[in-house]
Design a protein around this ligand. Structure first.
Ligand code: FES
Ligand SMILES: [Fe+2]
Length: 416
């Protein structure tokens, strides 16, 4: 009788250069370890400061068995609390957004200030010490308008590297001075790791994403030089020239473009960033590659600032001169993953005047739907008894394998 492999044995059974074994995508115990390690013990992006634009605004996000309330307090500070009442543990807010004066538990009306202090708890007696029953705060780092949290008691210190890297890159866009023009959620029928793997390669893009591929340069996502025909060689030469020209021009304007990669398993806070040259008019991820919003972000003066992308282990973000697209996932079950996307524009931009929302969201709405379909067929195929791990392309899927290696290394670091 074959013995059921442990999570660690499944990790060790993966051949280098090959995809993960089927059970890593489907087993409940693996899923629970994944949520615990990658969503409760690492830093995760759970929102943007524009989710809570005014004091009293709250945005509640559920992550596995945990739930957090992102609050903008009276001092205009973004704080995050465990969504657990300090009385008998009821949830204080349901997932979603609201505007409130105080945080009031619906069960027995314990009432908390926006800074988490317990203000009022009836019938607890004169000697009851309110001070030690404030809401539990969660490690929070707002990096250029992106809200990261860590639910661990001790949060990985290397969020500082992400912060140092991203702050000067994001500062000119002033994402804290944006509004959410549109927000979308998809529940994908696949394991969260397949959603991430799909995001870490563009091997599939030419065959799947007609809208997205209009906006970027295909060579950015890998090529096999020895397979290039004459047209391919010419395209590569023009890609290199275009990159060199843009780099010189951006650097002259003080726009940082160098890639930074922190993707190896010794790093807890995985990320990658780079200012990518865009195709066509080079302005924005829109159907015509021109800006979708005429009121640019922050103090932008030029429209062709490229696409400053930021990958994390659970999300992907694109910041352009006129708008930003922020996407992150939350695993719901071994075969279901929530993908949430927010499109941000200048807080002063007016819909119908400065931007058309359909134009703004068109590329990523199509791309997300196409990716969801790919993840579904991928997940389903990996659960077929006929599945066996297949080889990654060395040229186009190096970041997918890098993600699989990081996944393994981080679980080992957490003694799985
Ligand atoms: S559980 Fe919140 S007031 Fe009782
Ligand atoms: Fe895709």
């Amino acid at each position: 009788m074959s013995k059921v492999k442990s999570h660690a044995e499944l990790l060790r059974s993966r051949q280098p250069g090959y995809t993960m074994p089927s059970e890593l995508f489907s087993r409940q115990d693996v899923f629970e370890n994944d949520v615990d390690v990658f969503f409760h013990k690492h830093w995760i992006l759970v929102g943007v400061s524009a989710d809570v634009p005014e004091p009293g605004d709250v945005s509640t996000v559920d992550i596995g068995k945990s739930s957090v309330i992102i609050v903008r307090d009276e001092d205009n500070e973004v704080r995050t609390f465990r969504n657990v009442c300090r009385h008998r543990g009821a949830r204080i807010k349901e997932a979603g957004k609201a505007t409130i004066g105080k945080l009031v538990c619906p069960y027995h009306q314990w009432t908390y200030e926006l800074n988490g202090d317990l203000l009022h708890a009836a019938q607890m007696g004169k000697d009851f010490d309110h001070k030690c029953k404030g809401l539990k705060s969660v490690h929070t780092k707002v990096v250029g308008g992106l809200v990261f949290i860590c639910l661990a008691n001790e949060a990985p210190a290397d969020i500082a590297t992400l912060e140092e890297t991203m702050l000067p890159r994001l500062a000119p866009y002033q994402l804290e001075n944006t509004k959410i023009a549109y927000e979308a959620e998809i529940i994908e029928n696949g394991n969260w790791k397949l959603v991430m793997e799909n995001n870490r390669e563009c091997y599939h893009c030419a065959g799947t994403h007609p809208e997205l591929t209009t906006t970027f340069l295909a060579e950015d996502f890998g090529y096999c030089e020895e397979e290039l025909d004459e047209a391919g060689q010419q395209s590569l030469a023009s890609y290199r020239k275009k990159n060199a020209d843009y780099k010189a021009s951006w650097e002259k304007d003080g726009l940082i473009c160098e890639p930074v990669e922190k993707l190896t398993p010794d790093v807890a806070t995985l990320f990658r960033t780079q200012r990518l040259v865009m195709a066509g008019h080079g302005e924005s991820q829109t159907p015509d590659t021109k800006v979708a919003c005429t009121k640019l972000l922050g103090n932008a003066t030029r429209k062709d600032q490229g696409d400053t992308h930021l990958w994390t282990h659970s999300g992907w973000n694109h910041v352009m001169s006129d708008h930003a697209v922020v996407s992150y996932l939350i695993p719901l079950s071994p075969d279901k993953t929530l993908v949430r996307t927010k499109w941000l524009v200048n807080a002063d931009a007016v819909e119908g005047v400065d931007y058309d929302v359909n134009n703004l969201i068109s590329v990523w709405t199509a791309t997300n739907a196409q990716d969801a379909a790919l993840v579904a067929i991928n997940h389903s195929g990996t659960q077929d008894p006929g599945y066996e791990p297949g080889p990654y392309s060395k040229f186009s899927e190096q970041y997918v394998e890098g993600f699989a290696n990081w996944y393994t290394g981080r679980l080992e670091a957490h003694n799985i």
